[in-house]
Design a protein around this ligand. Structure first.
Ligand code: NAP
Length: 304
């Protein structure tokens, strides 16, 4: 099985339409290094070439882990990280989009990843005034001119994303797009694509909140994800009850439907998924080459 590729915006890069999200449980040191490596190597074997990470992901361990696993294997890999959110020495989240902080954060990320250049750096969900700031735009341009990155992007939704499209500063937009949240994001993604930006869907599975596997505890990671869902997404869990019908579509799993829904949006270049399980990874990648969504299911998800 080889995952399909799409063009990354107007760049020459062909990237896998499913990317590997290196945050969440996958990046923590308490998740086995061997299992984390197996997931990445399997993903690469199956054609995944897009990896998304960040300096504050998984207590700061995600970049270190990804860099170690990719050592000697960077060829053909498209790497994306973030600036503007890093961890202090005491592990506290520090938000700083000043030019000096962004540069030093990126330099530290490159060191952790074991490279002197990555493809993409993204502002990590900054306020709108940062997105619109000429000082920030100049700082991002200088990161490109100095050869640290090829492209700059924004990770953010709603007004932040709309502002990013207006500025013309950004080569890409990573925004929340999934079965729960599509109505507001779809026109923004369409406008971003029309402006020549690459578009990445984040949380494309909506954290699988509607899937029975969320409650079928067979690993520590599931306890962690369930607690995260109760803490961060109580409304999402309520909403998920309206999507139980996804578990009754013959020949499909609920997560496969959710992912196909995202991939069927022509403006999505890559859907970034986090997983700690090989069978989930393989099932997700199989959706890439699999059949189209049944039309009645697609219509119901679109609210028609
Ligand atoms: N602001 C930002 O920049 C931002 C925000 C959010 C996310 N992201 C990026 O997107 C990545 C993923 O985001 P996310 O973890 O929030 O959300 P997600 O990918 O929508 O969901 C991850 C959850 O889905 C489960 N899952 C994956 N495949 C499954 C399958 N086939 N069947 C059942 N469950 C499945 C995972 O559990 P298992 O481990 O059990 O598979 C995990 O609980 C992050 O790692 C990060 O790279 C970025």
């Amino acid at each position: 099985m080889t995952v399909k590729r799409r063009r990354f915006g107007t760049t020459p890069h062909e990237i896998s339409e499913i990317g590997f999200g290196c945050g969440g449980y996958w990046g923590y040191s308490f998740f086995s290094e061997a299992a984390a490596e197996r997931l990445v190597l399997t993903a690469i074997d199956e054609g995944v070439n897009y990896f998304d990470t960040g300096p504050n992901y998984s207590g700061g361990n995600a970049e270190v882990r990804l860099g170690r696993i990719l050592k000697g294997r960077m060829d053909g890999v498209f790497l994306a990280t973030k600036v503007g959110s890093k961890l202090s020495d005491r592990g506290k989240l520090v938000r700083d989009f000043s030019p000096a902080a962004m540069r030093s954060s990126l330099e530290e990320s490159l060191r952790r990843l074991g490279t002197d250049h990555i493809h993409l750096v993204q502002l990590h969900s900054p306020p709108v005034e940062v997105v619109e700031s000429e000082e920030v735009a100049a700082a991002l341009r200088s990161l490109k001119e100095d050869g640290l990155v090829s492209y700059v992007g924004l990770s953010g939704s709603g007004a932040k994303a709309e502002a990013a499209i207006r500025t013309g500063t950004f080569d890409s937009l990573m925004t929340t797009y999934n079965i729960f949240r599509h109505g507001a994001s779809a026109p923004i993604m369409r406008d971003a694509a029309a402006a020549g930006m690459a578009v990445m869907a984040m949380s494309p599975l909506a954290h699988a909140l509607y899937s029975p596997s969320l409650y079928r505890i067979r690993s520590m990671s599931q306890i962690w994800y369930l607690l995260r869902a109760f803490r961060n997404s109580p409304k999402g869990l309520m909403r998920a009850r309206r999507y139980r019908f996804l578990n009754e579509v013959e020949g499909w799993t609920a997560t496969a439907i959710a992912l196909k829904f995202v991939l069927e949006n022509e403006h999505v270049n890559v859907a970034i998924i986090g997983t700690t399980k090989l069978d989930h990874l393989k099932a997700n990648l199989a959706v890439s080459g699999g059949p189209a969504l049944p039309e009645d299911v697609a219509r119901r998800l679109r609210g028609e």
